[in-house]
Design a protein around this ligand. Sequence first.
Ligand code: FES
Length: 126
Amino acid sequence: MDGWIAVGEQGMLDAGTMTDVNVGDQTVLLVRLDDGYHAMQERCPHRRAHLSNGTLAGGVIVCPWHGSRFEASTGRNLDWVDNLPAIVIPFVKLFSPPKDLQTYPVKVEEGQVWIDASVVGSQGES
Ligand code: FES
């Protein structure tokens, strides 16, 4: 894929909310914070849960399956599999080390939210 793709109207999300959007044949997580929109991979890097089914509070996305937490403005991992029993977490981290979310360029122009499809397509999120 190449070029910027419009994914919705500028006001499609309120600050502090998120949704999944289609960018070509890929699904991307679109988050709106007080400073604007941010786009990142929609599947959790642990076991591919849909992060759009998780929660967003205080600028932090929490995975609905095992509680990994990610900074919504950067995709940076903050906690990994926090909801699993403490005894198994070291083993999970050994075989599935913490990962950040891949982020994608996003802009607001002409009243629309745009995501750079060339970056999304080249990084294989689905
Ligand atoms: S699938 Fe997200 S923390 Fe396990």
